[in-house]
Design a protein around this ligand. Structure first.
Ligand code: ZN
Ligand code: ZN
Length: 121
């Protein structure tokens, strides 16, 4: 069996494309949305994993994936593609809501401290 050169294998999650990707190598993995940091600011090859850390809704029909390099910490933007995993996209987009940076069970107390009527009695 002839191994295709056009198959994409993700170095982060090991995902392999089931069909040839005839366009240029995808800049990020459709399964985990991670990519490889090929160049840093000085133009050197970094080789770190660009982990998807957030979603930026630029316009209604253009979403960007915010990636952060695990090696050098550089932030990177990559446009969302049609083949990208919707489940993964939504899980990244909803992360701040499922684990907010403040304690949600203390909301009543916080509201009271701020002078609001936080009492539920
Ligand atoms: Zn992947
Ligand atoms: Zn890097």
């Amino acid at each position: 069996m002839k191994e295709s050169q056009n198959k994409f294998k993700c170095l982060n999650c090991g995902w392999i494309s089931s069909e040839d990707i005839n366009e240029e190598q995808p800049e990020h993995c459709p399964n985990c949305l991670a990519g490889i940091h090929t160049e840093n600011e000085e133009g050197y090859e970094c080789g770190g994993i660009l982990e998807a850390v957030g979603i930026w809704v630029k316009t209604d029909d253009e979403w960007m994936i915010i990636q952060r390099c695990s090696l050098c910490g550089e932030m990177h933007l990559t446009p969302v593609r049609k083949r990208d995993s919707v489940v993964k996209l939504l899980s990244i987009a909803s992360k701040p809501m499922s684990s907010p940076p403040f304690p949600i069970d203390r909301l009543e107390e916080l509201t009271r401290i701020m002078g609001g009527r936080g009492n539920i009695k």
